[in-house]
Design a protein around this ligand. Structure first.
Ligand code: SIN
Length: 309
């Protein structure tokens, strides 16, 4: 089948059709894939059957890979693969991280050079009575930047956001408790607190950053993780952050991915944010393999086009 893009009804989440990721992809086709990835921020490949080696080989075409910070969640035979799963192994221990990404975020914002993006490959998808669970939502932060009302744009342009790991843990625990039935178990809450010890406790990133390959302006944001805006009084910062959250989460900027086994979804950590739903539990099983592309220090929008490669 020939290569083409099947456009989603959203600014991102378009499907690349006619590519078999288990084979070496010709350079010309790879350039088209990379162009679509840079341009739209989320691309989808359906109906794939790939081994960990093949996922790693495809991911490396984009550049060096990062490993997930907690080695115990990485595949023993292929540590570049981070296992996202709620399944328990024969020893009763989780085979992967069960509650990954259940809030609007970009991956690994707690390091100075967060990843360029991630590739998530679905091996098992939870399904019951013909309904699929465990969808992932993606929001285009470049489309949302373009759609900013002028006053909100002025309020964030050139500003640095202060991220706090502690604030995120408090936010996620409060969100879990507010939901009837609880989105997180006690064990998951304890796990989250433990994981946060391995993260930098505070870091700043620009609220508007330039995409390092296209130069487009994107809002750089993670829900619940930003505790303030540098040089902005706290009450005002909170109002701005709430207005920004509401602006970002408008349906016109969002793509919802309903998974099927064999899907591989690639997202860009500058031009989108994402959120896993986690609306399922054992005995429904979900098993995904994630590879992570190494990134660069976010370029503040004020740096101008010359700062882009
Ligand atoms: C992630 O944020 O890496 C996981 C997303 C998902 O499991 O849907």
């Amino acid at each position: 089948m020939s290569f083409f893009i099947r456009f989603a009804d959203a600014p991102l989440g378009h499907e690349i059709v006619g590519v078999d990721l288990s084979h070496e992809i010709p350079d010309e086709q790879f350039a088209q894939i990379q162009d679509a990835y840079d341009r739209y921020g989320v691309i989808v490949f359906r109906g794939q059957r790939i081994t960990p080696d093949q996922q790693i080989a495809f991911s490396r075409r984009f550049g060096p890979l990062d490993r997930y910070i907690l080695e115990r969640y990485n595949l023993k035979t292929h540590p570049e693969i981070f296992v996202v799963s709620n399944i328990l192994g024969d020893d009763g221990q989780p085979i992967g991280l069960g509650d990954a990404g259940r809030y609007w975020h970009t991956d690994m914002w707690s390091i100075p050079a967060p990843p360029r993006g991630s590739l998530l490959y679905a091996l098992e998808v939870p399904e019951k009575d013909g309904r699929v669970y465990g969808d992932t939502f993606f929001c285009s932060t470049q489309a949302a930047y373009d759609g900013l009302p002028p006053d909100l744009r002025r309020a964030i342009e050139g500003r640095q956001a202060l991220y706090s790991t502690r604030r995120l843990v408090d936010f996620r625990v409060a969100a879990a408790q507010a939901q009837s039935g609880g989105a997180l178990t006690q064990a998951e809450i304890e796990g989250m607190k433990e994981r946060s010890k391995n993260m930098l406790q505070e870091i700043t990133h620009p609220l508007v950053r330039l995409h390092p390959r296209t130069g487009r302006k994107c809002i750089y944001y993670s829900e619940g993780a930003i505790s303030g805006i540098v040089d902005v009084p706290q009450a005002e910062a909170e109002q701005i952050l709430e207005a920004l959250r509401r602006h970002l989460l408008q349906p016109e900027f969002i793509y919802r991915h309903r998974w099927a086994a064999g899907d591989l979804v690639m997202w860009d950590n500058c031009s989108c944010i994402h959120k896993a739903t986690g609306d399922f539990d054992l005995p429904l099983r979900r098993r995904m393999h994630r590879t992570t592309l190494r990134g660069t220090v976010p370029i503040p929008s004020a740096a101008g086009a010359a700062a882009v490669q």
